[in-house]
Design a protein around this ligand. Structure first.
Ligand SMILES: Cc1cc2nc3c(=O)[nH]c(=O)nc-3n(C[C@H](O)[C@H](O)[C@H](O)COP(=O)(O)OP(=O)(O)OC[C@H]3O[C@@H](n4cnc5c(N)ncnc54)[C@H](O)[C@@H]3O)c2cc1C
Ligand SMILES: NC(=O)C1=CN([C@@H]2O[C@H](COP(=O)(O)OP(=O)(O)OC[C@H]3O[C@@H](n4cnc5c(N)ncnc54)[C@H](OP(=O)(O)O)[C@@H]3O)[C@@H](O)[C@H]2O)C=CC1
Length: 473
């Protein structure tokens, strides 16, 4: 006997739950069904504004049965969509008729592979199961390789204990998907000195033209997931013996050339090659491939969904796919509208929540033949996180993304305390990295959005003795 609902949301991650909750608010009497393969769903709690458009929040895991009464739930896997007749079939054979559907099926780790058979000693991190697997392997590990230079690699490099970490990055500095070489240096100095009390922290302000910023050959170019501080809930200790501070050995501008399973479960022999043409060999118990996200859509559809190059389902600014009444949000989708000047997609909770809510509003409006406009959050990229123990706010084009080469960097740095980077183009703020308790997030939001010419203020804009908020209040 087919079930039916007006709104069907697939996926119990941040995007799917935000979408279902947004629908329950916009259309309180409508039938909303959340279909998800896992009985654990993730929702946003403790949403706290950090600035006018920027929020930080916690991710709460709850049993799907605890979802609000206004949202029906079904624990099963989406198997097939009939978009013309508006019904789906689940893996267990349940048929659900819908009026509108939103696909929020998230992503999976994009694992490094040398093209041969899947290597069991190469693992990814996505959800609780994958972390339990990591924990299991760590318990007997002395040497672990982390491949990748983004969010997960940065977290693991900071959190893994009592194990020799070999961190292999393609770039000339760490955490390149989030920060620039200057901030990477700030983090590393802090890690080395964090025990020494620096009585008079030195503050330096520096302005660099684009060309000065990069070492000659470096070129700027630049994934029911886990929640913030996921690493706090798990003991990530290895078996290399207690040592109070064992810093990762970092292999810059390097990549894995090849790897071979050693006899008697002795681990992997890995051949690394470096950009300067040299190479080296090392042995590790396993590799964590922290190398991005692959959008997950393991279901069929009567009509072809349009996908983007990165494998995500293409959506417009209303989160609509190319198929009528089929929407998508979160890691599974790729923003395919022409973005605002200071926004771009990164697969983050921040954006999964924003996209899920936007999809809910958009579907509700469509069901009542109303018009909605894109949420303001898509005007400005904003992300609040923590890296190496420091609060980090990323705003706009924080690393000069797509600004070509005509931009300036203004940096204020106080060792072990704060690192503030402004990305300025023709005197206007285009992006900012704020590390530490800078209280500058809202000011930077305003400066980026109102495009005020900062040229007249020169370097004073970051003078610690001047409260720049006073300039612009
Ligand atoms: C280790 C790790 C740390 C991270 N840390 C941060 C961070 O600090 N800050 C941040 O902003 N972002 C972080 N992220 C990224 C963030 O987790 C994701 O961007 C976000 O959770 C994506 O949400 P989603 O709902 O789109 O996808 P997911 O969370 O992947 O949820 C997808 C849901 O769909 C379900 N599903 C999939 N296929 C089907 C199907 N066929 N039928 C039914 N259900 C299905 C899954 O079971 C899951 O419930 C991290 C990611 C990882 C892996
Ligand atoms: N604090 C936070 O906000 C956190 C956010 N996340 C998010 O979760 C998702 C998954 O995280 P993660 O897996 O770290 O993804 P990220 O996109 O953050 O980082 C992937 C990294 O792997 C590199 N890479 C990709 N392919 C290869 C390869 N074959 N060999 C070597 N390096 C490679 C990428 O380099 P390149 O960019 O040059 O391709 C990049 O440095 C991301 O969307 C991330 O933003 C995760 C943890 C914490």
């Amino acid at each position: 006997m087919p079930r039916d609902c007006e709104f069907l949301v697939v996926g119990g991650g941040i995007a799917g739950v935000s979408c279902a909750e947004s629908l329950a608010i916009c259309r309180p009497t409508a039938s909303v069904l959340l279909l998800t393969e896992s009985s654990i769903v993730k929702s946003v709690t403790n949403l706290v504004p950090v600035a006018r458009y920027l929020h930080k929040f916690d991710v709460r895991e709850q049993d799907v049965s605890e979802m609000g009464a206004t949202i029906e739930t079904l624990v099963d896997q989406l198997d097939h969509i009939n978009s013309i007749e508006h019904w789906i079939r689940t893996r267990k054979g349940v048929v659900v008729k819908y009026r509108y559907i939103c696909l929020c099926t998230g992503g999976a780790p994009k694992l490094f592979s040398s093209g041969e058979a899947v290597e069991p000693r190469i693992i990814g991190i996505r959800d609780t199961d994958s972390v339990l697997e990591l924990q299991r392997r760590l318990a007997a590990a002395k040497d672990v390789m982390i491949l990748g230079n983004g969010g997960i690699a940065s977290e693991l490099a900071y959190e893994l204990k009592d194990v020799n970490v070999h961190w292999v990055v393609k770039d000339a500095h760490i955490s390149a998907t989030f920060v620039d070489p200057g901030a990477a240096e700030f983090f590393q100095l802090a890690r080395n000195e964090v025990d020494t009390k620096d009585s008079s922290p030195v503050t330096a302000i520096k302005r660099m033209r684009y060309g000065e910023l990069l070492s000659k050959e470096q070129d700027i170019k630049h994934g029911a997931a886990l929640g913030p501080d996921w690493h706090r809930t798990f003991d990530l200790s290895g078996a290399a013996g207690k040592q109070d501070k064992r810093l990762p050995k970092i292999y810059y501008k390097s990549h894995i050339e090849s790897y071979k399973e050693l006899a008697e479960e002795a681990g992997l022999k890995i051949q690394l090659s470096h950009e300067d043409g040299s190479s080296e060999q090392l042995t590790c118990d396993f590799i964590v491939s922290a190398t991005g996200v692959l959008p997950r859509h393991e279901y069929t559809c009567d009509c072809p969904l349009k996908f983007s190059e990165d494998g995500g389902i293409s959506v417009d600014e209303m989160m609509r796919t190319n198929l009528k009444d089929v929407y998508a949000a979160g890691d599974v989708c790729t923003a395919s509208w022409s973005p605002a000047m200071h926004w771009f997609q990164m697969r983050l909770w921040t954006q999964a929540r924003q996209m899920g809510s936007m999809a809910g509003r958009s579907m509700a409006a469509a069901s009542e033949d109303e018009t909605v406009y894109q949420d303001f959050c898509f005007e400005l990229f904003g992300h609040v996180t923590k890296l190496f123990g420091y609060p980090v706010v990323l705003l706009g084009r924080f690393n000069g993304q797509d600004l070509d080469r005509n931009y300036e960097i203004l940096v204020r740095c106080t060792r072990n305390k704060e690192y503030i980077k402004f990305v300025l183009q023709n005197g206007r703020l285009r992006g900012a990295i704020l590390i530490g308790d800078t209280d500058l997030a809202e000011t930077c939001e305003n400066l980026i959005l109102n495009g005020i010419d900062l040229e007249p203020y020169g370097d004073d804009i970051l003078n610690p003795d001047i409260d720049i908020e006073d300039y612009f209040d």
